[in-house]
Write a protein that binds this ligand. Sequence first.
Ligand code: SAH
Length: 210
Amino acid sequence: MQEAKAVLMLKLRRIGISNKEILTCIESLDRSDFVSKSFLDQCLEDIALPIDCGQTISQPSLVALMTQQLEIPQRSKVLEIGTGSGYQTAILARLSSRVYSIERYKTLADMAKKRLEKLNISNVTILLQDGFLGYAPQAPFDRIILTAAVEEIPSLVISQLKVGGIMIVPVGLPNQKQSLLKVVKNEKGLDITELMSVRFVQMKEGLVKA
Ligand code: SAH
């Protein structure tokens, strides 16, 4: 177990994760708390794994890369769309002051809530909602991250990003290559950089109350 963790940490450094807080966070967080029992033996491998409701927990190196690209300042308010297992949520919680995380499956939202409570993470609010709407009551946000792919940047969500804020979002058509975009909002508009090719589950409209 220890050895597998060391291998993962080495890989993160090799791919350019230099942010010490992120490295410490991933090192101290137990991914086994976020996967089902049947995948425990693979939880330290740098791979995405299936979770309930046909979704996936992202690959740790991708979680680290996306988090580093978010450049989260201290005392910031972060919106995450696609809670899933809550693994990325737990990392965001340690790096910011407040996280609002939206999930469309009640099962996943409930499970993530319990996991975060068990880890004594208390600065996260998990919301059972349609992420396409963002979360107007707490807007604007300093940072926004989408962990499911969209065909185009959702207009309501980007409207909830502060000027000077950063959003990380996978964009692509279903079953096609997706690009991970870094979107910086400035006074004149959006500054968009393509970071890499990725493969995420597609974001879907509406809630699943089971
Ligand atoms: N970061 C998560 C990744 C989960 S996969 C993890 O590492 O565990 C993406 C998640 O986005 C899934 O749980 C899926 O149910 C959720 N999702 C898809 N469409 C959504 C929507 N419209 N609103 C909120 N969540 C959505």
